[in-house]
Design a protein around this ligand. Sequence first.
Ligand SMILES: [Zn+2]
Length: 367
Amino acid sequence: MANNNKNYSRIFKLIYEQDTISKQEIALQLNLSLPTVSQNLKALLEDNLIRNDGKFKSQIGRRAVAYSVNSENHISLGLELFKEYVSITAVDLKNQEIAFDRRSISFDLNDNYFAELTDWIKAFSQKNGLTDDQIIGMGVGIQGLISFDRKTVLYGKILNCTGLQVSQFEKYLPYPVSFFHDADCVAYAEQDSSDSNEDTIYLSLGEHLGTAIMIDGKIYSGEQGRSGTMEHVTFDLNSDRVCYCGRKGCVETYVSISSLLNDGESITDFMDQLKTDKDVQKRWNEYLDYLAEAVNNFHMFLDNRIVLAGELLQFVDDSVLFDVKDRIHQITAFPEDDPYLSFGSVLSHPVASGAALPLMESFVDCI
Ligand SMILES: [Zn+2]
């Protein structure tokens, strides 16, 4: 790709921002001569980044050719890697999901697991007509902390996968693989689906609690990559609730979905019984108190918007949001002028979606 050509990049980005645009309009908007625009359009067409999308309909006289991004020719994959299942998504150059699948498979560090998993990924690509050339890479959302180069799991106690390397995937796949912290993925997915660019704390309410801080459109990870692990802030040192991190009384043990459920109970069972079962109602009421406490605490670290995201969103509506806000109102020490708490909007597989997005963003940035 002609990355070193500034006009090539400017023209691509203008086409990227528009649905369709004519050569004349590009020349006008970027203040370039028509021959310069033509030359770069030719190069972009040759690189399969744009396509000739027919002609504009409503023009009088000679109709101008419409150019648009060849979005389906460049795909990034996102994988959610959980203990009992994996989900995969494929997104195009414009961040639109073009395919999705999910499979039950128990996580294992054994090489057979990675062979089986990558076979399934290859079959997914094939089924959806994606060639290896089209795929720019795969992001994997992991419940753990990831090295800065995105190649190693630094801390993976939930899956017991500390030290896992992307090479375990890459030896079976012909494109690069990067790891992402699952809570960061949820934050990417939520930010992509929202119109707001405000700095935000994301609480991902899934089997486990995940937290991420987004500042200036980027995940804030601190010097050692450990910022945004607020799930291990402790509520109560004398608590008998043991966290997977080894400590007691972490917010994780009060606010994660697993903290809400009894052994063997699913969140679907729990929600089905919420209307009728007194014990379930009592647990839900306590859970919402702890959630309000957590949100109120985190808001004191950063006076920013807080978004509740993740799996729990599938089971709650705005009445729960109002309820949590009301609980916060009862406990907060400071008057809150602005309503800072909201629900996210990505209901399905946010980790997989969010794992695919940063790869595509850096691909587009580098054009
Ligand atoms: Zn902990």
